[in-house]
Design a protein around this ligand. Structure first.
Ligand SMILES: *Cc1c(COP(=O)(O)O)cnc(C)c1O
Length: 367
């Protein structure tokens, strides 16, 4: 059956981004594949990243890590959203490293016969994950029976390289590493950098970088770091959909729910077979699709399964034609960045929210 919409995932672009980021970092690379690999497909991307030279995989949830293991991932996997009450036995059984950010989690792991390897997460100023108020208690704890292989933290503003907070977090991280060393724990794997830091803050690379968005070929921050092309990244996902209906419409026609848009000339409208149930943001205003070498902007509100675009008065498009919703931008098509800006959001949210109804096709992009 022909699809009405598909997210085309270019695994060669992924491989190219991984080798580029590895050459930048000059240390091990952990490929972040949480949230269904940012919408690109957990297992496929996990296996492709492994094949393309990633040294580690990183996920939020233990379930994500276990799914990767049971589908043939052999390289180390770190799961970092593993609160007290998690199934630490399964983590150990599946050879999954876990982040520990609290005394409660540490105590649970201490009681186990077979323990998972641990990366101590420290809060260096983001005030989200990691040890903060319990840090001293951690230093006073008996850590001798635990297999602590890593210490890590996370930047809040790595995509704003000029911000003083980056310097402060880096310094704080070094202090925490030293304090842990002073009680006899020297984890061999220290890691701090996300994509943005990997690209612009080499001093923060330590023993490993954790790259997510850049590995998918997208910029961590359009305004401060520039777009994919400027960063030498290749967008991995191209989203395309079919026009399921094309119609000639007169000037002055109200379009869609709420009649929020009206045609201002006689024109051709196309009905695109995707909607907000598929992750097309309902709020998106200045986005659209690409067909026949030009952009066709959205008209009116995005509906659940469809949205309308203005193909222009001279369009020869017909029902069944493909349109590119977003791609790498090199042909003039909209990008995930454009959709992010058009919906007051960021590329991360655009790709991670492409819904499960949209099949992921592992193939080169097409026009
Ligand atoms: C999501 C995440 C990353 C990856 O961030 P990007 O900006 O996508 O590179 C790295 N580390 C942790 C702890 C994360 O949660």
């Amino acid at each position: 059956m022909e699809h009405r919409a598909e997210a085309r995932i270019d695994l060669l672009a992924l491989a190219s981004n991984i080798s580029f980021l590895k050459s930048k970092a000059e240390v091990n690379l952990l490929a972040v594949v949480k949230a269904d690999a940012y919408g690109h497909g957990l297992i496929e991307i996990g296996l492709a990243a492994q094949k393309s030279g990633a040294d580690w995989l990183g996920v939020a949830l233990l379930e994500e890590a276990i799914a990767l293991r049971t589908h043939g991932v052999r390289i180390p996997i770190l799961a970092w959203l593993v609160p007290p009450g998690s199934d630490f036995n399964s983590a150990a059984k599946h050879d999954i490293d876990v982040a520990v950010a609290s005394i409660a989690a540490l105590e649970e792991i201490s009681k186990l016969q077979v323990k998972p390897r641990i990366h101590i997460e420290v809060d260096t100023g983001m005030t989200r994950g990691g040890f903060l108020d319990e840090w001293q208690e951690l230093l006073n704890s008996d850590l001798s029976k635990l297999d602590i292989v890593g210490i890590f933290s996370h930047f809040a503003r790595a995509d704003e390289p000029a911000e003083q907070q980056n310097v402060e977090q880096l310094e704080c991280f070094k202090v925490r590493v030293k304090e842990l060393a002073d009680v006899g724990i020297n984890p061999p794997i220290k890691h701090l950098s996300n994509s943005a830091a990997t690209l612009v803050n080499h001093a923060a690379a330590f023993d490993m970088v954790r790259t997510g968005i850049a590995m998918y070929g997208l910029t961590p921050d359009l305004e401060n770091l520039g777009d994919s092309q400027k960063l030498s990244l290749k967008p991995v996902m191209q989203l395309r959909a079919k026009l399921h209906l094309v119609k000639k419409v007169q000037s002055g026609a109200p379009v869609g729910y709420g009649a929020t848009a009206k045609t201002t000339q006689d024109t051709t409208l196309g009905v695109v077979a995707m909607g907000y149930a598929d992750g097309i943001p309902r709020i998106a205003k200045d986005a659209g699709v690409f067909i026949d070498g030009k952009r066709a902007p959205i008209m009116g509100r995005v509906s659940m399964d469809q949205f309308v675009v203005d193909l222009g008065p001279n369009s020869t498009a017909k029902s069944g034609d493909w349109v590119v919703v977003f791609g790498d931008g090199s042909h003039g098509e909209y990008t995930a960045d454009d959709w992010g800006s058009a919906s007051l959001s960021i590329n991360y949210e655009i790709v991670t929210r492409i819904g499960p109804r949209v099949p992921r096709i592992y193939a080169p992009h097409v026009y």
